[in-house]
Design a protein around this ligand. Structure first.
Ligand SMILES: [Zn+2]
Length: 340
């Protein structure tokens, strides 16, 4: 058992990805599938709570990167810092921590650009996460090592945070980069202004990409439950915001969540359920129904008194459960001045 445990998620990931073909025969879905099947055999998956807790105390590093919670409310365990290289310029090293998977996918896409287009200047990479994740000003997400702000490949002398235009955006390099992410990585979504999406999409069509694939990527048609990969978000004309799926690190984070909280490695991550109040309901009734307190509901909703209004939707804190990625009831409301 112990020798198996020494195999970190990093080793498994590298073994698995090394065996995945790098050619364009890789379909968008095949790499995540391969990762997930390897994950089923990940050593920590067979540990019981006590073994996991003991490993967290003795050698937490052996568990590899863990992405805990969700991008908007999460933590990063064993984050790895993105290193400056001749291919990548790190804008803020102290907020360039990610999971191993995120860095692997990102760096592979950058290398794909350099293979196809020698003499490419370094790509500027902005915020990812803090060393241990958590809230990172001024972002709403970037909390769990899966969100990366990536600059553009420019045809001009621009380097970072210049809005993309038809004149300055280097579409061949941009598409090579995105294509690698989409076919050889595991991207959940890419936030980017609509007018830039249009430029990218028409370029991709012009080089012969499958129109059905492009429709799925940009319109979400046929893309399954995840919807479109490319999404418009305000403030994303100066950079891509790429959110990766991390099959290893998310699963590890979910498995280890309770043990990590108990060991006080991370704070409990609050999650919320939404409740639409019915006529006659009181805060006390809601507290009882959801196993919380009147005070907790008041705090979550900024309520001073105890009166609630029928048909209004209230946030109900739900503690103790491992946060699930696809929790439909989690709160999505975005404070006005935060970025993604
Ligand atoms: Zn961002």
């Amino acid at each position: 058992m112990l020798s198996l445990l020494a195999t970190s998620t990093r080793a498994l990931l590298v073994m698995n990805l090394a065996s995945a073909p790098l050619s364009r025969m890789v379909t968008p879905a095949s790499v995540p599938e391969a990762l997930l099947s390897t994950l089923a055999h990940a050593p920590y998956a067979s540990l019981d709570d006590a073994e996991l807790a003991s490993l967290i105390r003795r050698d937490i590093g052996s568990l590899g990167s863990m992405s805990v919670g969700r991008p908007n409310r999460g933590q990063l365990i064993n984050g790895v810092q993105l290193k400056e290289s001749e291919y990548i310029h790190v804008v803020r090293p102290e907020t360039a921590y990610a999971t191993e998977e995120t860095l692997f996918f990102l760096q592979r896409a950058v290398m794909a650009v350099h293979r196809q287009h020698p003499d490419t200047r370094p790509l500027y990479v902005g915020d990812i996460s803090q060393k241990n994740g958590g809230h990172l000003k001024p972002h709403r997400s970037h909390q769990s090592g899966r969100d990366v702000d990536v600059g553009f490949f420019y045809t001009t002398a621009d380097t970072w945070y210049r809005p993309a235009t038809a004149k300055n955006l280097d579409l061949p390099r941009t598409w090579t980069f995105l294509r690698s992410l989409l076919t050889e990585g595991d991207v959940e979504m890419i936030f980017i202004a609509t007018y830039i999406q249009k430029m990218i999409r028409s370029y991709a069509a012009s080089v012969g990409e499958d129109p059905r694939w492009l429709a799925a990527l940009f319109d979400g048609t046929g893309a399954g439950p995840r919807g479109a990969v490319f999404r418009h978000a305000p403030g994303h004309a100066t950079h891509f915001h790429i959110r990766f799926h991390n099959p290893f690190a998310e699963r590890a984070g979910s498995l280890a969540y309770a043990s990590l909280v108990r060991a006080q490695v991370i704070p409990e991550i609050p999650t919320f359920t939404l409740h639409k109040a019915k006529k006659g309901e009181t805060l006390g009734m809601l507290a009882k129904k959801y196993g919380t307190t009147v005070l907790a509901i008041q705090r979550a909703n900024g309520l001073k008194g105890t009166t609630i209004q029928a048909k209004r939707v209230y946030k109900i804190p739900t503690h103790g459960a491992a946060p699930a990625r696809s929790s439909a009831s989690s709160v999505k409301k975005q404070p006005a001045r935060q970025k993604r």
